[in-house]
Design a protein around this ligand. Structure first.
Ligand code: HEC
Length: 191
């Protein structure tokens, strides 16, 4: 049978409509799913961006003397802004439930430090505390974003410390709650 032009057009329109409806149904029910392990998120998403922030300010000792380090050019500030944006969105990632800690299970690194299985168990049983600590990171990132938009060096320095605290607060709860540092000898042994 030869389809007439308008029949074909109608059939195409109907097919397109059906496809659109199917897509809409899917996007309405879609839920974010954790694709990346917590360990990969830490090492490859969060840590590199935090380093951009931390390396941007501070003092460096050189042969010529101590140099104050801070963002100077537009490019420097754009790098700060980009890092703050990425940390901000990464903090949302941490809120997605059911993220596996790792696909390479690890043992405890010493007394008071959890193995990956223990980290997983802690997160699974204290999800609301974990989420609250992820929100700390979100706050810290939001403030960093504001400071970089205002090109505010002083705030950027202070907020770098705040960022560090946001990381540590979670690590001390979910990774090394009672880490014991070996006591250093009072007098260094002679060579
Ligand atoms: C809401 C909790 C949370 C926050 C916030 C958080 N982390 Fe983590 N991080 C963890 C947990 C739990 C582990 C231990 C499990 C693991 O190694 O992935 C970890 C591990 C790490 C590791 C080691 C990964 C490895 O090789 O095992 C690095 C590096 C790291 N975090 C960096 C950071 C930095 C930098 C920040 C802040 C900018 C941060 N984290 C903020 C929960 C958090």
């Amino acid at each position: 049978m030869i389809m007439r032009k308008h029949t074909i057009r109608r059939a195409t329109a109907l097919a397109a409509f059906a496809l659109l409806a199917a897509c809409q149904q899917q996007t309405e029910t879609v839920k974010p799913v954790a694709q990346v392990t917590l360990q990969d998120a830490m090492n490859h998403i969060i840590d590199p961006e935090a380093d951009v922030i931390w390396h941007a300010t501070g003092t460096i000792a050189t042969k010529e003397g101590v140099i104050e380090n801070y963002p100077r050019t537009e490019k420097d500030w754009e790098a700060q802004r980009r890092a703050a944006l990425r940390l901000l969105e990464a903090s949302n990632m941490l809120l997605i439930a059911d993220r596996r800690v790792t696909d390479k299970p690890f043992e405890s690194a010493g007394p008071g430090v959890y193995s990956s299985a223990e980290v997983q168990r802690q997160i699974d049983t204290n999800r609301s505390a974990f989420n609250a600590l992820a929100l700390n990171l979100r706050d810290a990132s939001q403030q960093l974003l504001k400071a970089s938009d205002k090109r505010d060096v002083e705030s950027l320095m202070k907020l770098g410390d705040g960022l560090d605290h946001a990381c540590e607060a979670c690590h001390k709860t979910f990774w090394y709650p009672a880490e014991k540092f070996p006591r250093l000898p009072a007098i260094p042994p002679s060579p």
